[in-house]
Design a protein around this ligand. Structure first.
Ligand SMILES: Nc1nc2c(ncn2[C@@H]2O[C@H](COP(=O)(O)OP(=O)(O)OP(=O)(O)O)[C@@H](O)[C@H]2O)c(=O)[nH]1
Ligand SMILES: [Mg+2]
Length: 285
């Protein structure tokens, strides 16, 4: 992608030295909460698309938080017929971020993927984009974002002005706090991430049970010098089931982000940076 103006988190240019990986294991981590009306259809669409991914072995790990509507039973039944679909039924507290953190760790430990993907189970993320997201990683990116806000990307036509504005404002807020204006979509949840990068990130240190996890994971990736690339997607309307996004969770997420990031900025102001000391550079290592 174009690097645009240099920011503190300016994206590094595409690596020239990266060899295209010959074959990849991809694991989609698919969080679900009350997605019984659509989960089997989503899984079938993913597997159908997976067949056409060149040289890729695609697995799906559904991470369900004891959905009262029986989502897990439907996944279990589906997984009996499809060996590459797996169910992880989480106990205890739920939340999108917590489900991703546990799910990614489970995927890394048990499925040994080269690429981990994030995706919604509710049909809003069209599996037709799986190929371009995986390709972006195979071509040298560490973190590929299915982006609604780059040319060619879009939000659902049915969204009213207030929904569009809310999404834009949330994104602008995140980009400003992260100081990362070269990434256009910081809040979306359709992504491919190289395992190499994920292993450099301490997932348990991301203080995010809820939706703000998406922003904090991107932040952690940028701080690990990830090469980020955005791939345009048309984000679909939810056709069945109900949104779990609650206004109070958005407010809580926004405040948490402010607290974490401003705390960090404050710390970098008061803590001596290597450049401000007169020790030789190597002495601090
Ligand atoms: N395991 C788990 N999954 C969740 C939880 N909350 C949401 N999800 C799943 O995360 C995905 C995204 O949630 P949505 O409620 O659709 O959020 P959204 O797509 O950002 O918002 P809408 O556009 O309003 O649908 C869906 O697959 C949900 O089932 C949770 O607490 N635990
Ligand atoms: Mg949704």
């Amino acid at each position: 992608m174009k690097t645009g103006k240099r920011t503190r988190h300016a994206l590094r240019p595409e690596r020239q030295d990266v060899q295209r990986t010959p074959g990849v294991r991809v694991c989609i981590v698919l969080p679900t909460y009350n997605e019984a009306p659509i989960i089997q259809e989503t899984l079938a669409r993913i597997l159908k698309q997976g067949v056409s991914l060149p040289d890729a072995e695609l697995h799906v790990l559904v991470v369900d938080d004891k959905s009262p509507d029986g989502t897990a039973d439907l996944v279990r039944a589906f997984a009996k017929r499809h060996a590459r679909v797996h169910l992880f039924s989480r106990e205890g507290a739920h939340g999108l971020g917590a489900a991703y953190i546990d799910g990614m760790q489970r995927a890394l430990d048990t499925l040994r993927p080269d690429v981990i993907m994030e995706m919604d189970a509710d049909g809003q993320h069209d599996p037709k984009y799986l190929g371009s997201l995986v390709e972006a990683i195979r071509d040298g990116a560490d973190f590929a974002i299915g982006s609604r806000y780059v040319p060619g990307g879009s939000v659902p036509k049915g969204w009213g002005l207030s929904r569009k504005l809310l999404s834009r404002i949330a994104n602008l807020y995140a980009r400003t706090l992260l100081f990362t204006f070269s990434v256009k979509d910081c809040t979306g949840g359709f992504r491919a991430i190289s395992t190499k990068l994920l292993k450099r990130i301490d997932l348990t240190a991301l203080h995010a049970k809820g939706y703000v996890f998406q922003v904090l994971l991107l932040d952690a990736a940028l701080r690990s010098n990830a090469i980020v690339r955005e791939v345009p997607i048309a984000f679909q309307e939810r056709v069945r089931g109900e949104s779990k996004m609650r206004p109070e969770e958005m407010v809580k997420g926004a405040l948490l982000l402010l607290r974490l990031v401003s705390g960090r900025h404050l710390y970098s102001l008061i803590a001596p940076s290597p450049r401000r000391t007169n020790l030789p550079a190597g002495a601090l290592r």
